[in-house]
Unconditional design. Structure first.
Length: 351
């Protein structure tokens, strides 16, 4: 698949919230062409020009086993204790670890819109993500709403930083080279690229949400302080809407996306995974952000739930109906149908 198309898959819903996609694409292509390293197809997510987050997180960190159920001691009404084995229950989805944490955010009510990782690899280090994770969030305080986007461009060094509103100026953040741009009347708000010792750059974007205002200096101060307090390695975990356990031999979680869609208010976030060896393009995609009614013909039941199945010239889709509060989960890939059913049996779904 053309490398340009691989990256443009992520340039979808948030053009105003990230650097110019063509500029980032051009910079990324220049770096990639010079290395010719392997690249996983980014997870299909509603992110504008994002080529996601950071750091030394490995695919292994995304694939921790679920805790084993153990017997527990239960107190009876008369104060005695009986050793009881609880009835079998569906385990909660395991938390997904982010590769870095945000050590500081502006004061106010924080609402995360997306937390995700896209994991590619290089021949030199197949465990390290070519693209890492991203945080998208809003901070509301005193009627003001700020939008914050923090991500890593592993293939875009500070020298190739591109901005939406105007030229950048050199600055130093905790001893690291950086370039920043702040045009309060422009579409970019405050943007900062800061050099990362392991290569590439961290990107911090702070702007006033539509209908809100913020002084330019406030955006500058907040953006710099966020960048100064990014913590490596990450200790932040994300709770997905559903999980996966005991994947087939050789298959791992290469990418995930936990997102609160703008058109779906409420606590239920959508969750997506890309599965594979993480050294080549992921082969299976599992997604709860299903648009429209499931297609196809009835398939074999999975975990007591009805399914639908389609075959589009060898690209197979399996919908598990009613998996999440009445909504389906779809497993898809150019793999044998038996592989999709195998993965569907490994879904960790809420009760």
């Amino acid at each position: 698949m053309n490398i340009e198309n691989l990256i443009k898959d992520t340039f979808t819903a948030r053009e105003h919230d990230a650097p110019d996609s063509d500029a980032v694409l051009a910079a990324a292509r220049q770096r990639i062409d010079s290395r010719r390293s392997g690249l996983s197809r980014p997870l299909a997510v509603a992110a504008g020009a994002t080529v996601l987050t950071l750091g030394a997180v490995t695919a292994v960190a995304l694939n921790r086993p679920d805790p084993v159920d153990q017997s527990q001691t239960v107190a009876t009404a008369n104060g005695s204790q009986d050793s009881q084995t609880p009835a079998p229950t569906t385990p909660a989805p395991a938390g997904l670890q982010m590769p870095y944490s945000l050590g500081w955010l502006p004061p106010g009510a924080v609402a995360y819109r997306a937390q995700r990782i896209n994991v590619g690899s290089s021949a030199a280090n197949p465990e390290a993500p070519l693209y890492g994770g991203e945080y998208m969030l809003t901070v509301t305080a005193g009627g003001q709403v700020l939008e914050v986007d923090v991500q890593q461009f592993r293939m875009v060094p500070v020298d190739q930083a591109m901005f939406k509103s105007g030229p950048g100026s050199p600055v130093t953040i905790k001893g690291q080279r950086a370039v920043e741009s702040s045009v309060s009347t422009g579409p970019g708000g405050y943007e900062l690229y800061v050099e990362h010792p392991d290569g590439g750059s961290m990107y911090v974007h702070v702007s006033a949400a539509y209908g809100s205002t913020a002084p330019a200096q406030q955006l500058v101060d907040n953006g710099r302080r966020i960048a100064e307090n990014i913590q490596f390695p990450g200790t932040t975990t994300v709770t997905p809407a559903f999980g996966l356990r005991d994947l087939p031999a050789g298959m791992r979680i290469c990418a995930f996306n936990v997102q609160q869609p703008a058109d779906r208010p409420g606590p239920q976030a959508t969750t997506s995974y890309s599965l594979g060896t993480c050294t080549v393009q992921p082969t299976v995609h599992v997604n709860s952000a299903v648009v429209g009614e499931p297609e196809g013909t009835p398939g074999q039941p999975v975990q007591g739930r009805a399914t639908r199945y389609t075959d589009e010239n060898g690209y197979h889709r399996l919908w598990v109906l009613g998996a999440l509060e009445g909504t389906p989960v779809v497993i898809a890939g150019r793999v044998p149908p038996a592989d999709l059913y195998d993965i569907a049996d490994r879904l960790v779904l809420p009760n």
